[in-house]
Design a protein around this ligand. Structure first.
Ligand code: KG4
Ligand code: ZN
Length: 327
């Protein structure tokens, strides 16, 4: 069995996965959403303190599995430095105490592997990762061969939802709140410009759209009815930006199997629009189960199993956190 730990942002999570079957035997996640909600975003120092409290508590519950553990897998990159350290420190302590090897997992590969919970991997894949920290398209041949072909130049897709929700005083995380508000709004009420629509670049940008929404929110003032239309129009344009750039990319790289992963892949409008986009190519769309879209330790454990099988271990001295991803 593999013990896995996730603490890259605001979720403290630990899981146990069976190596031979990919079966998830234990998974517990303590989310810090309520604590960060008042600030409208994640406060790194508060997050680190909450991880330091939560992680050992969850680990205690894994004690019955300790003598069966073959390795410990931990998110070591990317993420918030002060929170990654909490998970990696605990993983090192477990590795030393139980005399088992340690595996440093890239969180973005974790999101890709959320597609393969309790099952075998199916590669190759074209993947759109949309989370709070990242917006990128990757060509995934296998665990070792992953190429990023497009990414955001500034804010990420999920982050833009968080920021718009903050402007409206809705709380954190913004994705589900904006999605809910948008349901009753008119998607065409506000004519926001699609980011980079005239640019030949295959890249993403959300800071301009965010600023356009800020002006609309300011103009709406206390008229909360208008917030629904702003939310709907924002969700529409934020998604259209993704589909327009993907369409451009597909001209030279038609998709066969396409996946959307990451916390924001839970967005229903995005899922709908991507389904439409893929139709003319006859491409297959795969999605992770909703419970594994947002950060969790089960996906880290699933990567851990494949890295274990490939002997991809780190030495205790060499395994360090890295806030920026290599991908
Ligand atoms: O993957 P994740 O849990 O954490 C990171 O690795 O960043 O993603 C969290 C992000 C947040 O920005 C959150 O607002 C966004 O995913 N999110 C959504 C939805 N659900 C979560 N964004 C849009 N629509 C949603 N339904
Ligand atoms: Zn994530």
């Amino acid at each position: 069995m593999i013990l896995s730990i996730e603490s890259s942002c605001d979720d403290s999570a630990v899981a146990i996965t069976e190596i031979a079957t990919n079966k998830l035997l234990f998974h517990k996640k303590i989310s810090q959403e309520i604590e960060h909600s008042v600030y409208g975003g994640v406060v790194p120092e508060l997050a680190a303190r909450l991880h330091a409290e939560a992680l050992p508590k969850i680990l205690e519950q894994c004690e019955p599995y300790f003598d069966k553990l073959k390795a410990v897998a931990v998110t070591s990159s990317p993420g918030l430095a002060v929170t990654l350290v909490e998970g990696v420190t605990m993983a090192k302590a477990v590795a030393v105490a139980l005399d088992i090897p340690i595996i440093g997992v890239n969180h973005l590969i974790g999101h890709i592997y959320s597609l393969f919970m309790e099952k075998e991997t199916t590669f190759p894949l074209t993947v759109l990762l949309v989370s709070g920290g990242h917006t990128q398209v990757m060509e995934v041949k296998n665990l070792r061969e992953i190429e990023t072909v497009a990414k955001s130049m500034d804010d990420s897709f999920g982050e833009s939802f968080d920021k718009v929700a903050k402007m409206m005083g809705l709380g954190y995380p913004g994705g589900p709140l904006i999605q809910e508000l948008a349901k009753d709004g008119d998607r065409l009420a506000y004519n926001f410009t699609v980011p980079l629509h005239q640019s030949p670049l295959i890249a993403f940008s959300y800071s301009g759209l965010k600023n356009a929404v800020r002006l609309a929110v300011e103009e709406a003032g206390e008229d909360k009815e208008k917030y629904k239309d702003i939310a709907a129009s924002f969700e529409h344009i934020a998604t259209k930006h993704l589909t327009m750039k993907l369409k451009k990319y597909f001209k030279s790289h038609p998709p066969k199997t396409f996946a959307i992963v990451g916390g924001a892949s839970a967005n229903l409008y995005l899922r709908e629009q991507i389904k439409e986009l893929l139709k003319p190519y006859g491409a297959k769309l795969i999605l992770s189960e909703l419970q594994y879209c947002s950060d969790n330790a089960a996906m880290i454990g699933r990567v851990g199993v494949d890295m274990y099988k490939e002997g991809m271990f780190s030495s205790l001295e060499e395994l360090n956190i890295s806030p920026k991803s290599k991908l």
